[in-house]
Design a protein around this ligand. Structure first.
Ligand code: ACM
Length: 538
């Protein structure tokens, strides 16, 4: 109690000092043109916003301060400074000794206020002379930092001062997500993507407050993660990909680099080893695993459903134990995804036996099992999680067992579905998914899955038709931005007409990040580098 009180008094003292120093600036800031926080770059839309129609001048005098003794808050401050520098070239200092008369403070404050008693909640107060970001956790502060980044205009008001000034609209934002799990999946198995590509995807997802990256690390066409006790998985199984290109894999060091990078963005990595089907690459590497009665050969096509492990062989479970153990040891997050989809050549009772046995292995290694919705046919622990992609019947079964469900209906969230018949990449077996269709639905009530069972939403990006980051970006953006809002923003606060305007305003950011997004003709893009007409011609 005493320490909380001391901390609060200290915080108030610091803030009062900072505000006093900003008096001069306030006068100047008030002369800037009025901007409006509600007039909107913000995606996902926050819970509450109260614009106050002034401007905070972000300029060379701005400095960032973070709560002392609050773990990771300084890191969040440094992240903000780095992003401000990338955007504006301003060198905003973090926690430097206070200079009397310093103007324009951004204070990232650890607060024990009951209102902020949720891990990702934050309050952002932008005034003409200071910005205060309050949160209970560094994670909440990090989400608030994304809101602040979205409020900084892409261009400075060079004409209003002798030095460049970025005018941040003033007001209050009070925010907290609807769902605790907001993910995207990247299939690095059908085509391999490099560590750098994955990091760029993390950068973009984090900006829209995603907190999960699910990596689909194995499939018929490739095994993408080093397993030290079974080295042929990557030597043999990692050598191919769809279309005959060279494949590739992450060493455990590469994977750790991704996990660490994700953690710095307060994102959890969910590793997936897809089984007992989708296992051709594993079975080519170690034929003893194979259960489909044929001699496995490397595969570079796009059919599904032809492979299976031999679910009645103990060696298979020894193998799985090693794989789950090695991956779990370098995965700090709580989840391990076992796939479980489209095991068309596994007999139903063998499939059920397999999933139940693998669940125990996952639990033994300290993880919570996730699997595609088919796993709900097995008798599973209520702590396991079903990912609804196709079957309402399976989603209902999972909910009846008290399991949580991740909402990834293919017709709405599959990022590899084409936008329309003219789309350059993608498939359309589930649906064509134009940008409005991806956004205009409610995960809260889709197909009657009870809200209390819904852990969150995930947008999977399968990679049969894409092989480089530009193609990845074409399918993921802008639809993944809409899915970010579905996971964070309350149903009452979502509206397609309003979202369309905010989405159009993302173009300058996406262009600056060199994201080759699909410039959907449904959106009146604010000065886009990529025109729909050009994309259509390619
Ligand atoms: C899936 O799309 N097979 C999960």
């Amino acid at each position: 109690m005493k320490s909380t009180l001391t901390k609060t008094v200290l915080a108030i003292t610091i803030i009062a000092t900072l505000i006093a120093c900003g008096e001069e600036k306030k006068k100047r800031a008030l002369n800037f043109p009025k901007t409006d926080l509600a007039a909107e770059n913000l995606i996902p839309k926050p819970l509450k916003m109260i614009p106050t129609h002034e401007g905070f001048a972000l300029d060379q005098f701005t400095a960032i301060y973070t709560s002392e003794n609050a773990s990771d808050f300084e890191e969040v401050g440094k992240f903000l400074a780095k992003k401000i520098k990338e955007q504006t070239a301003l060198d905003v200092q973090v926690n430097v000794p206070e200079i009397p008369g310093r103007e324009g403070i951004i204070y990232i404050n650890q607060s024990d206020s009951l209102e902020l008693n949720a891990s990702e909640a934050y309050q952002l107060y932008v005034a003409a002379d200071s910005i205060i970001l309050n949160s209970n956790t560094a994670e909440g502060a990090f989400r608030g930092v994304q809101t602040l980044r979205q409020l900084i205009p892409e261009t400075s008001n060079d004409t209003l001062a002798e030095y460049p000034v970025w005018t941040v609209p003033t007001g209050k934002v009070m925010d907290n997500p609807t769902f605790e799990y907001r993910g995207s999946m990247l299939d690095v198995a059908r085509h391999f993507f490099s560590v750098e590509d994955v990091k760029k995807y993390i950068d973009l997802l984090a900006y829209y407050k995603y907190n999960v990256l699910h990596l689909h690390l194995s499939d018929d066409q490739g095994w993408r993660i080093e397993i030290k006790s079974w080295p042929k998985l990557t030597e043999v199984g990692g050598s191919t990909e769809v279309g005959g290109e060279a494949g590739g894999f992450f060493t455990q060091e590469d994977y750790t680099e991704i996990v660490d990078y994700a953690a710095k963005h307060f994102m959890t990595v969910v590793p997936e080893i897809d089984m007992p089907g989708h296992t051709n690459a594993a079975s080519v590497s170690y034929p003893i695993l194979n259960g489909n009665g044929k001699t496995p050969k490397l595969y570079e096509g796009t059919h599904v459903g032809f492979s299976t492990f031999d679910t009645r062989k103990d060696t298979v479970y020894t193998f799985i134990d090693d794989v789950v153990r090695e991956i779990s040891a370098i995965t700090p997050g709580p989840y391990f995804h076992i796939g479980g989809d489209e095991s068309h050549v596994t007999k139903k009772n063998d499939y059920i036996y397999f999933v139940e046995r693998v669940e125990k292995i996952v639990q033994k290694h300290g993880k919570r099992m996730i699997g595609w919705d088919e796993i709900a046919q097995a008798d599973l622990d209520s702590t396991s999680i079903a990912q609804f992609w196709s079957s309402k019947e399976n989603a209902d079964k999972a909910a009846k067992k008290g399991m949580k469900v991740i909402m990834s209906p293919a017709k709405k969230t599959y990022l590899d579905m084409q936008y329309d018949t003219l789309s350059k990449h993608g498939l359309h077996w589930a649906a064509y998914i134009p940008v409005d269709s991806a956004y205009v639905w409610n995960p809260e009530e889709y197909e009657g899955v009870p809200l209390k069972n819904i852990l969150g939403i995930e947008a999977p990006l399968w990679s049969e038709t894409i092989s480089d980051i530009g193609e990845l970006e074409y399918l993921a953006f802008p639809r993944a931005i809409g899915h970010a809002e579905l996971g964070w923003t309350t149903q009452e606060n979502r509206d397609w007409e309003n979202f369309k305007v905010r989405l159009a305003n993302q173009a300058p950011f996406l262009d600056r990040m060199d994201v080759k997004y699909y410039p959907s003709p449904l959106i009146d893009w604010k000065k886009s580098k990529y025109t729909y007409e050009e994309i259509k011609k390619d």
